[in-house]
Design a binder for this molecule. Structure first.
Ligand SMILES: O=C(O)CCC(=O)C(=O)O
Length: 235
């Protein structure tokens, strides 16, 4: 893999990186198998997507118990490869300790939101199985929000957002079947997309139908890691 700076989306505020083909076909297949074969109890089903939290859901939405670590199939090669890119250099645990796996069927999405103070401000998302558009929103002065950038995440890619992109913007995925108006000047990472993806977008006139469930693995470093007994005593 080339030096991280090679993948910087320089047309976005600081900082976002998009790495196509971050994982191989075989790795994608292996990860999808692991996710599919996880116990059914691992899934939380929401109205517009379902998700798995690894190693576990956060206590009170903000604390990771020390007893749990990411399973090997998520750590190797994904987290280790991210660590080698030096993206967790300044994070409290020098690496991601948590992974949220979201599955979006065509027509599903996630409301615009900020990731907040629970995590160190570096987010690394691997996409599997299908592409999808991530919208980046800015808050307007009248308290509303508007889409200011769009990033098309191909399967097997890695998207990293940090600094202002983490703190000053919201992100979301629209609950639609077709990602519309995808052109060179509307997709922030257009130059990084594969020829095959660009051709499919162009052949569809810029309106790309979501064909399969898109699965994402979002890696972050949860700041607070506590011994569970100590955590309960604090109550
Ligand atoms: O699936 C994605 O790419 C976005 C997930 C997300 O926004 C989150 O987990 O906070």
């Amino acid at each position: 893999m080339k030096y991280l700076e090679t993948y910087r989306l320089t047309n976005l505020p600081a900082k976002a990186y998009y790495i196509p083909d971050f994982i191989s076909d075989a790795e994608e297949h292996f990860l999808l198998q692991k996710i599919t074969n996880a116990p059914l109890s691992k899934w939380t089903v929401l109205s517009n997507r379902r998700l798995q939290a690894w190693p576990t859901q956060l206590l009170k939405g903000s604390v990771l118990p020390t007893t749990d670590a990411l399973p090997t199939w998520l750590d190797d090669p994904l987290v280790q490869r991210m660590v080698s890119l030096d993206i967790w250099r300044q994070s409290p645990h020098d690496r991601a300790n948590h992974c949220l796996i979201n599955e979006y069927e065509p027509g599903q999405g996630i409301m615009p939101h900020e990731d907040g103070d629970v995590y160190h401000p570096v987010v690394a998302t691997v996409s599997l199985q299908d592409g999808i558009v991530l919208d980046i929103y800015r808050k307007t002065e009248d308290g509303k929000r508007e889409i200011v950038y769009r990033i098309y995440q191909e399967p097997k890619s890695l998207l990293i957002t940090t600094e202002d992109m983490y703190t000053d913007y919201l992100h979301g995925i629209q609950d639609i079947d077709v990602d519309k108006s995808l052109y060179r000047d509307t997709v922030a990472n257009w130059d990084f997309l594969s020829d095959d993806t660009k051709q499919r977008i162009e052949l569809s006139g810029g309106d790309l139908k979501r064909k399969r469930a898109r699965v994402s693995l979002t890696f972050r470093d949860v700041k607070k890691v506590r011994n569970l007994a100590a955590f309960l005593q604090m109550k």
